[in-house]
Design a protein around this ligand. Structure first.
Ligand code: OGA
Ligand code: NI
Length: 357
């Protein structure tokens, strides 16, 4: 039976969703169209102190003493240079809202495929919303073990209109997540020795792009032979991510893949390409990927935050001057950058490699 599924899946136009494939078959192996090998030797030992994931207590940024705030900002320098990743705790977004958002995503993915298809659209990241499987069926050489939706939630708020509760929950969740992301960009500005509003102002974040992206990874019979999302960096400034009770996100650190496991109710925070460009390579857009498992469905929600789409991003002149460095990246409009990333030329590469000066 699995062989038949594999043959069908080779013609990508037949693929409707990984959920229906996983639901409908007693699959005991990964169909060949999904074959992707993970090398277990590349994985980090989570008990090795070298791989202790940095934790940032957001309450010390928002209501700590000046000394406490200054210490967090000093810590951030190292975290952003060495990791480009941390877990934000005490961020103020209620646990019930985070859970409600996961439940709303679960509700959406549980709709019949026919209903979800109403949300299908082109491949432009700037669509109001889109739903699909894999990454881009027209381009993917290996199919990904995931279904997804993406909704644009800022500067204008859009929403899926099913299930009924989705809109209200995502409005509140995206608003509260944005506050956390903006607090992080203020702290990062300060960590660079710039005014707290430097990134907000130069990146036109009053009109900044925010997306809400839901990922659905059903159980996979051979998790080491499939991939949820292969390694990539995100295109914006900073991405927040939450998940249900299943782990799967891995970040690259010191040449190894580390499975992110941390305090429940924390936000996983990764720096993205525009932050690396703006800081002229000082801060790191972390390489990451999503693995799958054979036990239970994993749902993750990534909330990328970027500049406004018309912003031209280049290394900050203030930083280049101070460090006596020439800009390492060419200036580029954010929307064009996103289009370059989505064009498929950069599959499993960093887009910013294309704009090195
Ligand atoms: C993403 C992403 C990781 C995950 O959606 O860009 O990296 O754990 N997701 O789902
Ligand atoms: Ni990502």
């Amino acid at each position: 039976m699995a062989a038949v599924v594999a043959d069908q899946a080779l013609d990508n136009s037949n693929v409707s969703s990984i959920k229906s494939l996983a639901d409908s078959q007693a699959l005991n192996s990964v169909p060949s169209a999904y074959a992707f090998n993970i090398n277990p030797n590349d994985e980090a030992d989570p008990n090795d102190p070298e791989f202790a994931i940095p934790i940032v207590d957001m309450s010390l940024l928002t209501s700590g003493s000046p000394d406490e705030r200054a210490k967090i900002i000093r810590d951030l320098v190292k975290i952003c240079e060495e990791w480009g990743f941390f877990i934000a705790i005490n961020h103020g977004v209620p646990e019930s809202l985070m859970k409600g958002m996961i439940d709303a995503c679960h509700g959406f993915f549980s709709l019949p495929d026919e209903e979800k298809k109403e949300f299908k659209s082109g491949n432009d990241v700037l669509e109001m919303f889109k739903y699909g499987t894999s990454y881009n069926l027209a381009l993917d050489k290996v199919l990904l073990w995931r279904d997804f939706f993406k909704v644009r939630t800022h500067p204008e708020f859009f929403s899926l209109y099913k299930p009924a509760s989705f809109s209200e929950t995502s409005l509140e969740f995206s608003r509260r997540s944005r506050e956390v992301a903006l607090e992080i960009t203020r702290a990062i500005s300060e960590s660079l020795g710039l005014e707290p509003d430097y990134i907000y102002n130069t990146m036109n974040m009053d009109r900044g792009l925010q997306l809400l992206a839901g990922n659905y990874y059903p159980p996979c019979p051979q998790p080491e032979h499939a991939i949820g999302i292969p390694h990539h960096t995100d295109h914006g400034l900073v991405t927040l991510l939450i998940q249900n009770e299943m782990n799967g996100l891995q970040v690259e650190h010191n040449g190894k893949w580390l499975t992110v496991n941390g305090p429940k109710n924390g936000f996983f925070v990764n720096l993205a390409d525009q932050m690396q460009i703006l800081t002229n390579g000082k801060y790191k857009s972390v390489m990451h990927r999503a693995t799958v498992n054979n036990k239970a469905t994993r749902i993750s929600i990534a909330i990328p935050h970027g500049p406004s789409v018309d912003t031209i991003i280049a290394p900050a002149p203030e930083l280049c001057e101070r460090e006596g460095q020439a800009p390492k990246y060419l200036a580029m409009n954010y929307k064009e950058y996103i289009q370059l990333q989505q064009s498929g030329k950069n599959y499993m590469k960093s887009t910013f490699d294309h704009i090195r000066a």
